[in-house]
Design a binder for this molecule. Structure first.
Ligand code: VG1
Ligand code: CO
Length: 541
C-alpha cells in the first residue's frame, strides 16, 4: 500500500448527479484521487467490500478507471466488477450493483455533457440499492474533500480491461465482465420480446440514435440481434471518447439528425435517442415529437400492457418541474403520485419503500424500480411494447391520450453559461419579491401562488430546501425557475413552462404558441432578457 500526501481542492461538491468538471480539471494531479478517497472515506471505507465500476467511454474514463482500481485495492476492497473496456451504461451499472449485491459502485460519466480533452468529465457514487448517493452522503463526501490530507493507491502497472475474466490487483480481485449481457437479459424478463420480434418481422421500422455514446452496444444487441430490427437501425452505435463531436443530449436541439429524419417524408415508424451514459431517452413518432412529461404519462397509462408491470403500478413520482400530465393518469387509475426535487437520487427512497414503480423527469429521464437509475433503453422498449400491444402508432397514441386526459403544454427554456453573479442576483431578487406576486396580473395571467420548493422525503423525513421557484397562475398554468446543478461553466438558468388544456378544443397547438402568454408573463416578472442581455434561451426543449 502506498499513502500519498495531498491537499484539498476547492469546489469538489457533487451536484444534481455526481461531481462534474471540465476534463482538464479532473486530470490535474490528485484531483480525481482526492475525490475518490473522500468518497471511500464518506462511506466508512471500502475494506472487504464489493464494488462495481464502469462508465460511458468518454475521454479520460479508461485512465480514471485504472486509478480507481488501484485506489480500491489500496483501500482494502475485496473485489471490483468492472465493465469490459471500463464501459457500463448508468442503468446497467445500477443493475450490476443490485444483481451482484455489491456494496456500491462508481460511474465515470458527465452524462449528457459533451466529452473530450476540453469538454466534461464526471464521477458519481451509487449505493448498495443501485441508486445515486442521497444528499446526506454527497454532503459527507464534500465535507471530506475539504479536510483530506492523504489518499491510498497501489503503485503498480495498469491492468488489462479489454479481456473478460479475473485479474488480481494486490489482494483485490478485478472481475472484467461483459457490460451488455446481464442488462439485455433483464430487459428480456420485463418486456414481451416475442411481440416485439413479431412487430419488427411485420415490417415496423425504427431509428435509434445512440449519439456515439454508451447505448450503442446495448441497442445493437437488444434491438438488432435479439429483436430482429433491421441491421443499421441503430446509428452512431460505436461509443467514442469525444462522442464523435456530438453533444450526447437526446433532445430536439442536439439530436437534430434524428429529428430531421422523423419529420421527413421517408420517416420510419418510430425514433429514439439516448444520452452519454444511457439513462436519458427521447421518443419521436413519424412527424410527432413526444415531450418527456407526456411520455411519462403515456407510459403510466399503458404500463399494465407490459408483462413486467401486468399487475399495475404501485405509484408514480415525478420531479417538481415535470408537467402534471402523469398526475392526471395517477388520479384516474387511483394510485399515488409524488413530487420530488430534480435529480434521480430523490426517487430512490420511494422505490425502496415500495411506494412507486414508475418515475420520470422532464429532462428526458424515465425509469422504473427494475433499477435505481433512469433508463433510456428501458423507456424505448416500454414504448415499443405499448405500440405492439395497442396496435397504434405514436401519433394515434398521443391523440388518444390527450383526448382522454387533456394536454399539458410544456416547454423548457435554458439560458446556458450565464455569469454566475448575474444569475444569482436575478434569482435573489425574485426570492425577495416572491411573496408580493399573489393576486397581481401579468399579460392577462393572475398569480395564484408562488413559493420556493422545499421537499420533505416522506420515507426518511430528510429535508431539501431551495429546489426551485414556482409561480402558479389562475387556471392551472405555471412557470418554474431553477439553476442547473450539472453544468460546468457559469450558471445555467432553466425556465419550465406549463399550461393545461382540458380539451376537446385546443389540443393541437404548437407548444411555444400555446405557452406564449406564460413566456411573456415570466419576462415581465423576472426580466431575464433585460438582466442577462440574452435575446432568448439557447436551448428549447
Ligand atoms: C439535469 C436535469 C435533471 C437530471 C440531471 C441528471 O440536472 O435537469 O432532471 O436528473 O440533469 O441527468 P440540472 O441540475 O442540470 O437541471 V443526467 O442524464 O445528466 O445524469
Ligand atoms: Co445521463
Amino acid at each position: 500500500m502506498t499513502t500519498h500526501p495531498t491537499t484539498p481542492f476547492d469546489g469538489q461538491k457533487p451536484g444534481t448527479s455526481g461531481l462534474r468538471k471540465k476534463t482538464p480539471v479532473f486530470m490535474q494531479p490528485n484531483y480525481l484521487e482526492n475525490f475518490v478517497q473522500a468518497t471511500f472515506d464518506a462511506v466508512d471505507g471500502v475494506a472487504g467490500k464489493l464494488l462495481v465500476l464502469g462508465g460511458d467511454g468518454r475521454y479520460f474514463g479508461a485512465e480514471a478507471a485504472q486509478v480507481i482500481l488501484k485506489m480500491a485495492a489500496a483501500n482494502g476492497a475485496a473485489r471490483v466488477i468492472v465493465g469490459q473496456g471500463a464501459w457500463l451504461s448508468t442503468p446497467a451499472a445500477s443493475n450490476m450493483i443490485r444483481k451482484r449485491k455489491a456494496d456500491g459502485g462508481i460511474i465515470l460519466s458527465a452524462s449528457h455533457n459533451p466529452g473530450g480533452p476540453k469538454e466534461d468529465f464526471g464521477v458519481k457514487y451509487n449505493m448498495a440499492n443501485g441508486g445515486p448517493a442521497p444528499e446526506a452522503v454527497t454532503e459527507a463526501i464534500f465535507a471530506r474533500t475539504k479536510t483530506i490530507t492523504e489518499y491510498r493507491m497501489l503503485d503498480v502497472a495498469d491492468i488489462d480491461l479489454s479481456h473478460l475474466g479475473e485479474v488480481r490487483l494486490g489482494a483485490m480481485v478485478v472481475e472484467v465482465v461483459d457490460p451488455v449481457s446481464a442488462y439485455a437479459d433483464m430487459m428480456e424478463e420485463i418486456f414481451d420480446f416475442k411481440a416485439l420480434r413479431d412487430l419488427f418481422k411485420a415490417g415496423f421500422r425504427m431509428r435509434m440514435d445512440s449519439m456515439c455514446a454508451i447505448t450503442g452496444p446495448y441497442a445493437v444487441e437488444i434491438l438488432e440481434r435479439r429483436l430482429g430490427a433491421a441491421p443499421g437501425t441503430v446509428t452512431h452505435a460505436v461509443p467514442l471518447p469525444d462522442f464523435g463531436g456530438m453533444h450526447p443530449d437526446p433532445n430536439p436541439t442536439w439530436a437534430h439528425e434524428l429529428m430531421g429524419e422523423m419529420m421527413g417524408a421517408e420517416a420510419p415508424d418510430f425514433g429514439a435517442a439516448s444520452d452519454g451514459d444511457g439513462d436519458r431517452n427521447m421518443i419521436v413518432g413519424r412527424g410527432i415529437y413526444v415531450s418527456p412529461s407526456d411520455s411519462l404519462a403515456v407510459i403510466a397509462a399503458n404500463a399494465h400492457l407490459v408483462p413486467g408491470y401486468a399487475r399495475g403500478l404501485k405509484g408514480v413520482a415525478r420531479s417538481m418541474p415535470t408537467s402534471a400530465a402523469v398526475d392526471r393518469v395517477a388520479a384516474a387509475v387511483g394510485i399515488d403520485c409524488y413530487e420530488t426535487p430534480t435529480g434521480w437520487k430523490f426517487f430512490g427512497n420511494l422505490m425502496d419503500a415500495g411506494r412507486v414503480s414508475l418515475c420520470g423527469e422532464e429532462s428526458f429521464g424515465t425509469g422504473s424500480d427494475h433499477v435505481r437509475e433512469k433508463d433510456g433503453v428501458w423507456a424505448i422498449l416500454m414504448w415499443l411494447n405499448i405500440i405492439a400491444a395497442r396496435g397504434m402508432g405514436v401519433a394515434e397514441l398521443m391523440a388518444e391520450h390527450w383526448a382522454r386526459f387533456g394536454r399539458n403544454y410544456y416547454s423548457r427554456h435554458d439560458y446556458e453559461a450565464l455569469p454566475t453573479e448575474v444569475a444569482n442576483a436575478m434569482l435573489d431578487d425574485l426570492r425577495g419579491r416572491l411573496d408580493t406576486l399573489k393576486g397581481k396580473e401579468y399579460q392577462g395571467l393572475v398569480v395564484e401562488s408562488s413559493d420556493e420548493f422545499c421537499y420533505t422525503d416522506p420515507v426518511d423525513g430528510s429535508v431539501s430546501a431551495h429546489q426551485g421557484f414556482r409561480i402558479l397562475f389562475e387556471g392551472g398554468s405555471r412557470v418554474v425557475l431553477r439553476l442547473s446543478g450539472t453544468g460546468t461553466e457559469g450558471a445555467t438558468l432553466r425556465v419550465y413552462l406549463e399550461r393545461y388544456a382540458p380539451g376537446p378544443e385546443g389540443l393541437g397547438e404548437e407548444p411555444q404558441e400555446a405557452l406564449a402568454p406564460i413566456i411573456a408573463a415570466t419576462e415581465e416578472i423576472v426580466g431575464i432578457r433585460a438582466r442577462t442581455g440574452r435575446p432568448g434561451p439557447n436551448v428549447i426543449t
